[in-house]
Design a protein around this ligand. Structure first.
Ligand SMILES: Cc1cc2nc3c(=O)[nH]c(=O)nc-3n(C[C@H](O)[C@H](O)[C@H](O)COP(=O)(O)OP(=O)(O)OC[C@H]3O[C@@H](n4cnc5c(N)ncnc54)[C@H](O)[C@@H]3O)c2cc1C
Length: 479
């Protein structure tokens, strides 16, 4: 620690106050629940500015077997970037900036701590744009999204982030610096969704597209079945949308009560459809949407101005939290075809447990949607909050029954590892970990196996008991 403090000066801190900020992420988890089980306060936080400094920190950690937790925007919620065994947190936000744009190859090389919004703002005046980005783009970093699942806005048209990245610069746990492509050993794909457990990504070269015009549509439906039929027609149409986002009635009502949505969407589920392309393509799309939905009296087609407003608010879904004080929930990687069944079962759970369950999400491939189901709670009321935690499992169980599983692992989703990965694939991931990080210093305690307290059997029994108590007592964290 002394060595790092001397080398990094004000860019290293072991102050209890400052390190405290690194022991949480976006999820509201009371320390009373965490502190007895995990050491979430880093011993030291270091902020390197480039690959050379990052490699130096990793060499030190490797020599002394010190746990390393990479952290960028920390816009995740499963303690992905929160240490559970103390050690060194590497704050990657200073490894930022755009290095090179190759107009002939249509690629950009960017440092990993740059946010998606920064990159988009750099590209747009030059006539280029990102192929896809997360709806957390103002905070989420390029390296952070690559280290997670990498699906979001634009994915339905352009594919996962992995399919757009051509090469990455990585610092391996030993401190060795490597440029990886699809043809190297290891290939860059090993690092996608590896959640900071194999090394630290410092630079990426990714594909971009030409900036084009956009057209936006907003549809409202009285029932989910109609929404699914509309989704199918749009997904199977010859022109692929850039973004497809949906919300249930509860979402529209909550947004309306907070003053964010038009009042006439409040009793409907909504579907926002955004297209990008040439003027000619957008004219085709306009005719297609009118042909598909213009004459259907049960479907409301909003004026484009409203639809554009939804697009402009694409980074603000969590405004919902203002109805809080806090929100809890689960994000499910769900087959599109089971969406109506999922939403119907979620409604049943809401009625059964007296919960206000709010769902929304994005269709990110032709087959899959990332669906978020949330409810209000209050983390300062520990007893009731603990009972509310059992409801998160109920949401995941509904998702599982409809062919879905949690989107992302971190610490809190390790009880669901058996749902997320097949056993052979999980073994393959463990093998990669063993090969690249045999000492287990990179982000330990995450992704590969559940810690003792979260093992699937005791977790299921514990959560089942809490859910029963919650149902009998009718207590919820929000009250
Ligand atoms: C409002 C909101 C909207 C969101 N929308 C989306 C969405 O559309 N799609 C989606 O997939 N997710 C979404 N998320 C989740 C999250 O924002 C993304 O996963 C995001 O890309 C994480 O980036 P980050 O920089 O915040 O990473 P962090 O949270 O800091 O880190 C995430 C993981 O990656 C590791 N890591 C970070 N940087 C590096 C690096 N350079 N090298 C190695 N490991 C690293 C960390 O150790 C951690 O395990 C959303 C979250 C919020 C709050």
């Amino acid at each position: 620690m002394e060595k790092l403090k001397q080398q990094f000066g004000v860019r290293a801190t072991d102050s209890l106050f400052e390190c405290g900020f690194y022991s949480r992420d976006m999820a509201p988890v009371p320390s009373l629940l965490v502190d007895p089980l995990f050491n979430t306060r880093p011993d030291i936080v270091v902020r390197p500015v480039d690959a050379v400094e990052t490699a130096g920190i990793l060499k030190t950690a490797f020599a002394d077997n010190i746990p390393i937790t990479p952290r960028a925007g920390a816009s995740t919620v499963y303690f992905n970037s929160v240490p559970v065994k103390g050690g060194i947190v590497i704050d990657l936000n200073l490894i930022a900036g755009i290095e090179d744009i190759d107009e002939a190859a249509m690629t950009v090389t960017v440092r990993a701590g740059t946010t998606w919004l920064e990159l988009e703002k750099y590209l747009n005046p030059l006539g280029f744009a990102l192929k896809s980005f997360p709806s957390s783009a103002p905070a989420a970093s390029i390296g952070g999204w690559f280290s997670m699942m990498g699906y979001g806005i634009g994915s339905i048209k352009y594919g996962s982030l992995l399919s757009q990245v051509q090469s990455i610069e990585v610092i391996l746990p030993t401190g060795e610096c490597r440029w990886l492509t699809n043809d190297t050993k290891p290939p860059l794909a090993w690092f996608a969704a590896s959640e900071g457990t194999l090394g630290i990504i410092t630079r990426l070269t990714l594909e971009i597209r030409r900036l084009s015009s956009m057209k936006h549509f907003l549809l409202a439906f009285t029932d989910v079945g109609e929404m699914r039929r509309a989704l199918e027609s749009i997904i199977n149409a010859p022109v692929v949308p850039y973004n497809l986002h949906f919300a249930d009635k509860r979402y529209a009502l909550a947004m309306q009560s907070l003053g964010f949505s038009p009042s006439d969407t409040a009793s409907s589920c909504t579907l926002g459809i955004d297209y990008e392309g040439s003027r000619a393509e957008l004219d085709i799309v306009q005719n297609m949407i009118i042909r598909l939905f213009g004459d259907d009296r049960t479907i409301r087609l909003f004026p484009e101005e409203e639809a554009r407003r939804e697009w402009t608010g694409k980074f603000n879904a969590l405004r919902l939290k203002r109805g809080g004080p806090s929100v809890l929930g689960g994000e499910i990687w769900l087959p599109v075809k089971t969406l109506p069944g999922y939403l119907a079962d979620i409604k049943k759970k809401a009625d059964c447990y007296g919960l206000d369950l709010i769902s929304y999400g994005h269709v990110v491939t032709r087959e899959r949607a990332a669906v978020m189901t949330l409810f209000y709670t209050n983390e300062t009321r520990i007893g009731s909050y603990i009972l509310d935690l059992a409801m998160v499992k109920k949401i995941h169980d509904v998702g599982y029954r409809h062919g879905g599983w949690p989107y992302g692992v971190g610490l809190w989703n390790t009880p669901y590892l058996g749902r997320i990965f097949t056993l052979p694939y999980l073994n393959e991931l463990r093998l990669r970990k063993q090969m690249l990080d045999g000492r287990g210093i990179m982000n330990p305690g995450k992704l590969y196996r559940a810690p003792f307290f979260l093992n699937p059997v005791s977790f299921a029994v514990g959560m089942g008991t809490l859910a029963a108590v919650r149902r009998i007592t009718g207590r919820s964290g929000r009250r």
